[in-house]
Design a protein around this ligand. Structure first.
Ligand SMILES: *[C@@H]1O[C@H](CO)[C@@H](O)[C@H](O)[C@H]1NC(C)=O
Ligand SMILES: *[C@@H]1O[C@H](CO)[C@@H](O)[C@H](O)[C@H]1NC(C)=O
Ligand SMILES: *[C@@H]1O[C@H](CO)[C@@H](O)[C@H](O)[C@H]1NC(C)=O
Length: 451
């Protein structure tokens, strides 16, 4: 039955693509007009490629909805659409596929309150969901201030999509408490909103390089079951320095923070599953997050318990789970959607980005970059040249319908959140996506098992 359904959608999808290609004029695309031909030529061919290669036979609801969303134009044109859960069908007012919904975690520690506020303003879009976590090291006053800002901002009140975690966690950098905190935020997001598509993990020292309209626009053309996670099974030196040592994170059971400590014993590398490692910055689908949080399959739980005693577990937990699960390994895209500069050879921490990196950063096509110093000049340049954001305001987008005369903030009046107005950032991000999903790059870098 499922096969028949997906076959119907497949045929149906193709019809829609050709309609999209031949009937571009049919759409009343105002906002996205100039970008469409470009997207139509490259992203749609990629979508078709993915259509043909993603394992549709075992398609879950997620996979089906993703296919449908890629090609959905207007509801009710075709009786066949009845195959798809009606709640999955969203109708964008301007034609083109419906933009997805993103769920962000922005986390920080003592002294990060203002940075998180700035990052939130730069990343804000009324469609999305946001959870802010200031860890237990930050004084309560700072958390209360952040919560007050969120409570007083009329835009947040209207959209109801920003949440500050009041009962903060003690987080040890490199320890399992970091994973626990990420899973905690993901669980809150699952509960608060039924329909986001991707979970994105950021810290106070991250910053966007493109607008949310750019990001949502390009993602709207992609299947919703792709997981962006940079990974490798070539663990190299990490086998000796990470996989074999046993650590303990006092953050799990002490009320004050202290660093992890090391046991004298060492352990063997697992053979019940294969270890993967990679970037701690992830963009994961709702379906995969549910798989990890709900735990109906025991693997995510077993791997979580294994990583309790592992140094730098955020660089391995999701990677190991996803690459050891048949249903998900073919959904991985081997990139973390970040611009990060490393020393050569890489050290523990990435380089701090400044004005000298602006050119490379903005050309990378990555939606996010890290890490930045508090209020660095390059952030102002990003605001001005890449985001069009003014100090203290939101990054403008199609949802901002207010008057902008004499310096007024157009985002003071919230319009339809599915109206997207992409700019140059969308083009750059699109090129990155096209590169990542190109037939020779995409499949060949998915969960490759090095011996
Ligand atoms: C999530 O984000 C934080 C930044 O606060 C990072 O340090 C952490 O390692 C990330 N990744 C995971 C998998 O928790
Ligand atoms: C994943 O894709 C590969 C081809 O790249 C295919 O051989 C394999 O059967 C797929 N696995 C699943 C579980 O669909
Ligand atoms: C920018 O990229 C170029 C080419 O990859 C590289 O040679 C240069 O060092 C980079 N600049 C900085 C500041 O990282």
């Amino acid at each position: 039955m499922q096969d028949i359904n997906s076959a119907c959608i497949r045929v149906h999808g193709t019809i829609k693509v050709s309609r999209l290609l031949t009937g571009i004029k049919r759409f009343t695309i105002m906002e996205r007009k100039w970008l469409l031909p470009l997207v139509a030529s490259s992203l749609i061919s990629i979508s078709l490629f993915l259509l043909a290669t993603l394992s549709l036979g075992a398609s879950s609801q997620g996979a089906r909805s993703s296919l449908f969303n890629v090609f959905s134009s207007k509801k009710g044109d075709h009786p066949q659409e009845m195959y798809v859960d009606s709640k999955l069908v969203q109708i964008p007012p301007s034609g083109g596929p419906a933009p997805p919904i993103l769920a962000y975690l922005i986390s920080g520690t003592k002294g990060d309150g203002n940075r998180m506020r700035r990052a939130l303003q730069a990343l804000y879009h009324p469609r999305n969901q946001y959870v802010l976590h200031l860890d237990l090291e930050a004084p309560p006053r700072e958390r209360i201030e952040l919560a007050r800002y969120v409570r007083m901002e009329p835009t947040f009140l209207e959209a109801g999509n920003v949440y500050v975690i009041g009962k903060a966690n003690l987080v040890t950098y490199r320890g399992p408490t970091m994973i626990a905190c990420t899973l905690h935020a993901a669980a809150i997001l699952l509960r608060r909103s039924k329909d986001w598509d991707w979970f994105i993990n950021l810290s106070a020292s991250d910053y966007p390089l493109i607008t949310q309209d750019d990001l949502l626009h390009v993602l709207s053309y992609l299947p919703r079951d792709l997981n962006f996670i940079e990974h490798t099974s070539d663990i190299g030196w990490k086998e000796f320095q990470r996989a074999k040592p046993i650590i303990m994170d006092p953050g799990l059971y002490m009320s004050k923070k202290s660093d992890v400590f090391w046991a004298t014993q060492r352990r063997a590398v697992p053979n019940a599953f294969r270890l993967f490692t990679g970037s701690a910055w992830i963009t994961l689908t709702r379906s995969f997050i549910e798989f990890c949080v709900w735990g109906w399959d025991n693997l995510p739980r077993t791997v979580l318990m294994y990583y309790t005693n592992f140094i730098s577990s955020p660089e391995g937990y999701f990677h190991t789970v996803i690459c050891n699960t048949r249903e998900y390994l073919n959904t991985t895209v081997n990139h973390d959607l970040h611009y990060i500069a490393w020393d050569n050879p890489p050290k523990q921490h990435p380089l701090t980005l400044g004005l000298a990196d602006f050119q490379n950063m903005s050309q990378s096509g990555a939606p996010f970059a890290r890490k930045f110093e508090k209020d660095d000049k390059v952030l102002d340049k990003i605001d001005k040249e890449l985001l069009g954001r003014e100090e203290g305001r939101f990054t403008p987008g199609g949802w901002c319908v207010g008057n902008s005369d004499s310096g007024k903030d157009p985002c003071a009046i919230m319009g339809d959140s599915s109206v997207i107005r992409p700019g140059l950032g969308a083009k750059k991000f699109e090129s990155l996506i096209v590169k990542l999903l190109s037939p020779n790059a995409f499949r060949s870098s998915q969960c490759v098992a090095h011996s």
